[in-house]
Design a protein around this ligand. Structure first.
Ligand code: GAL
Length: 399
């Protein structure tokens, strides 16, 4: 069964763009295997756009660029498989990929067969150069069927950037994950905007078909292909990674794992956070704050809403996990430290219930004991604090 949990892996686009070679893929496979990524759950190694020649061959088949992939794609897939990983590739539902390479419009069944012959396990399927009069839902459905007909289990990672409200129909045409937003860039505002834009749609993301809010930029520090704006700080990357985990979305890394800062490797392989992402009930986070508004700075003149910027806010989430566990998560979007309080009555646990939460700090591992009524944390600017919580009957004196 594919995608019983949110898929995890690495994708070449964020750092390398068109600069991809088999050498690079072999090295990334080696690192994923040797440095704890595979054992943390990252299993798909995905080559994005720019892997093929600009023309199909005389039989209409896609051809890997022999300068970039001299051994051919089957050999690349074999190498990745020998490392105990799965191999992903990229095509597009339009008439050309975003970078101008041939894509699968009207070649869906032929391409899916070729991918299966190579040993492909995952297809990212993009939306550039899509003909104006074509039917988006139908073209994604065709590729979904072509993959099923290929005879190989291939995870279908649809990427139409949320067009036609993809969260409403991608599950029904067989996709295992669907990109629901435009591209991420390696800066703070980009990942926050992306997360915020999907908050209301995460309830439709569930086992076997997940909302995909794009590849992570954690650990990139503006090295690579999606560097726009100010690089993120370590704490901002902590916010990004933990937001993706709270949302229970696919975790596709994008940094150059060969040269990543040890702190970022630790973050990406943080067992507690990954277990939250991979929780089997896959429930989205519930936003506890009632005053969530988003008003752009530029709207100041005409704003009828209270004037607040996205980056002047405090967020509290609760996420229900399986086995009666919960995560309470605080995000401070101010630049300075702030206290954030979660009143338990706001998350369904009034004092009169007689219950409290036994709490553990997810980043430090510290057990905080049983808290009743409310909990306050001091959260540094542009940082987050997450707590794993268990329901406790305080009248029993139980822990
Ligand atoms: C975009 C897509 C990116 C990347 C790029 C390749 O449309 O959203 O994730 O795949 O195309 O050209």
């Amino acid at each position: 069964m594919l995608a019983a949990r949110p898929p995890m892996g690495w994708n070449s686009w964020n750092t390398f763009g068109e600069n991809i070679t088999e050498e690079l893929i072999f090295q990334i496979a080696d690192v994923m295997d040797a440095e704890g990524y595979k054992s943390s759950g990252y299993e798909y190694l995905v080559i994005d756009d720019c892997w093929s020649l600009k023309e199909r061959d005389k039989d209409g088949n896609l051809v890997p660029d022999p300068k970039k992939f001299p051994s051919g794609m089957k050999a690349v897939a074999d190498y990745v498989h020998q490392k105990g990983l799965k191999f992903g590739i990229y095509s597009c539902a339009g008439v050309m990929t975003c970078a101008g390479y041939p894509s699968s419009y009207d070649h869906e069944f032929q391409d899916a067969r070729l991918f299966a012959e190579w040993g492909v396990d995952f297809l990212k399927y993009d939306f550039c150069n899509f003909p104006k009069n074509a039917d988006c839902r139908n073209r994604y459905h065709i590729m979904s069927m072509a993959l099923k007909a290929s005879g190989r289990p291939i995870l279908f990672s649809a990427c139409n950037w949320g067009e036609e409200e993809s969260w409403n129909w991608m599950r029904s045409i067989g996709a295992h994950m669907y990109r629901s937003t435009g591209d991420i860039f390696d800066n703070y505002r980009s990942f926050l905007n992306i997360f915020q834009s999907q908050l209301e749609h995460f309830c439709q993301s569930a086992p076997y078909c997940y909302n995909d809010i794009d590849m992570l930029t954690v650990g990139m520090y503006n090295q690579g292909n999606v560097a726009i704006g100010k690089p993120c700080t370590d704490s901002e990357y902590r916010m990004q990674f933990s937001l993706w985990c709270l949302a229970g979305v696919p975790l596709m890394m994008g940094a150059d794992l060969r040269n990543i800062k040890p702190e970022m490797r630790e973050l990406l392989t943080n067992k507690e956070l990954i277990s939250i992402d991979q929780d089997r009930e896959c429930r989205p986070p519930f936003l506890v704050n009632k005053d969530f508004v988003y008003v752009e700075h530029e709207d100041k003149e005409n704003a009828t809403e209270p004037l607040r910027r996205l980056d002047d806010q405090l967020f509290t989430f609760i996420k229900h996990l399986s086995d009666n566990e919960f995560v309470i998560a605080f995000y401070n979007l101010f630049e300075e430290e702030r206290d954030i309080t979660c009143i338990f009555a706001d998350v369904g646990l009034p004092f009169s219930s007689g219950y409290g939460f036994s709490m553990k700090d997810i980043f430090t591992g510290e057990e905080l004991g049983v808290k009743r009524d409310y909990f306050t944390a001091a959260v540094l600017g542009h940082d987050c604090r997450l707590y794993r919580c268990r329901l406790v009957n305080c009248n029993d004196g139980g822990n």
